[in-house]
Design a protein around this ligand. Sequence first.
Ligand code: G3P
Length: 271
Amino acid sequence: MKIFIDSADIDEIRQAYAWGVADGVTTNPSLLKQAVEKRVRAGQPLDLKAYITQILQVAENTPVSLEVTEYTAQGMIQQGKRLYDMFNKVADNVYIKIPVNPAFKEEDGTHFDGLRAIRELTAGGIPVNCTLIFTPEQALLAAKAGANFVSPFAGRIDDDIRKKANLQFDKTAYFAASGMMEKDNVLEDNGVVSGIDLVDQCVQILEQYGFATEVLAASLRNPRQVRDAALVGAHIATLPSAVIRDMLKHHKTFEGMKLFTADIVAEYAAL
Ligand code: G3P
């Protein structure tokens, strides 16, 4: 499973590449907002074009997703092409992120504009990461339209299921891949019992029909969820820096380090 860093913070991105574990970067408008605000708070002026250029250079040879902010087919296509023309020349690693369905509500006439944008951009050779996937059938349509990556949002499905059940929860708390029972029923969202179940169903469907589209498990909030994403065969997991850090921790590893260090004989250390 490839690991992407889910961040627009250049320091976190640099660090993930220095750790040797990053195979790509995903950004979105909220992550960029956090990165901009952090610099404003620190009194550092931010030239966003130069900043994104730096991210692309750090991530050289690996995909970096940049999300559109438009929400009509024409708007997303134009902006996608503009971002690609502006930035892909830096390190040839830009993927344009397109929402699977950019409508804000049922009555909007833009439901299929995301798919149209995916079709047009990928037909023109611009790679696309299709975002905001909450059902396996959205992933199927995005793959059919030509998306290179589909991004199911695992953590947000878990939030939704827990919220509908009126549970108090910490967003980073583990939610079992097998879902949660309430009386005799498993809680679900239209046949999806957890975020990892959503990832699993996307992987199964795309692999069953031989799509080249890769499933990029997104909105992962803790190490065990990452393990579950790997177990169900996600091709990629995009992870916040804090989750990557937590993946390495175990009290027995700390204890083992102390015990081995205490047992070092001087002759051995001197070799
Ligand atoms: O990759 C999508 C991710 O940034 C969303 O994460 O935790 O806000 O649901 P979250």
